[in-house]
Write a protein that binds this ligand. Structure first.
Ligand code: URA
Length: 208
């Protein structure tokens, strides 16, 4: 498995403000959107290109465009939706699927309550988005569900990951590369990432 931790001063700066408990809902949303766009830039770095003939105002030339599989973003509800806008800013033609999972507060196990995916998802490169890779349980369930739907090429994108979550995804899905803005220290006894940023869904949607 490959883990790409994005090392960029602008991203680190934005992530620091995202972590602060005094960051307001509107600023939190804006920062998630901006960081997601930066992660979209990084996660598409290895896409294949092909050369096409074009005419500029000055000359006829050949220039590269994205080739190969079309993209599908898949948001793990509900916090994943916070990352969609920033990703779509850079990938406006991408299809979008949703997988609804909530964490049972007692067992921390994911419970599936909604799935809607493009019909041709098996032919697409799928980029799964979820701000927090904590225990990894939600990501594991989503990646297995997508493989069951015929997906053969996938990438996972998170804002923050815990080492526990990275290890869990690595063990079960070594074929899925992970792109993250930062890897934090650990999980606490409630399954929260430490130091983390709290509950990403609550902070994006202002529900607490
Ligand atoms: N989900 C969150 O929103 N935050 C965490 O720290 C862990 C899981």
């Amino acid at each position: 498995m490959t883990v790409h931790v994005i090392d960029h001063p602008l991203l680190k700066h934005k992530l620091t403000y995202l972590r602060m408990q005094e960051t307001t809902t509107d600023n939190f949303r804006r920062l998630v959107r901006e960081i997601a766009a930066m992660l979209a830039y990084e996660v598409t770095r290895d896409l294949a290109t092909e050369s096409i003939a074009i005419t500029t105002p000055v000359a006829t030339t050949r220039a590269p465009v994205i080739a190969g599989k079309k993209l599908c973003l898949v948001s793990i509800l509900r916090a994943g939706n916070g990352m969609l806008d920033g990703m779509i800013d850079l990938l406006p033609g991408a299809r979008v699927g949703h997988i609804g999972l909530y964490r049972d507060p007692a067992t921390l196990e994911p419970v599936e309550y909604y799935v809607k995916l493009p019909e041709d998802i098996g032919e697409r490169l799928v980029i799964v988005v979820d701000p927090m890779l904590a225990t990894g349980n939600s990501a594991l369930a989503a990646l297995s569900r997508l493989k069951g739907a015929g997906v053969t090429s996938m990438k996972l994108v998170n804002l923050l990951a815990a080492p526990e979550g990275l290890r869990a995804v690595q063990a079960a899905h070594p074929d899925v590369p992970i792109t993250v803005a930062a890897v934090d220290e650990r999980l606490n006894e409630h399954g929260y990432i430490v130091p983390g940023l709290g509950d990403a869904g609550d902070r994006i949607f202002g529900t607490k």
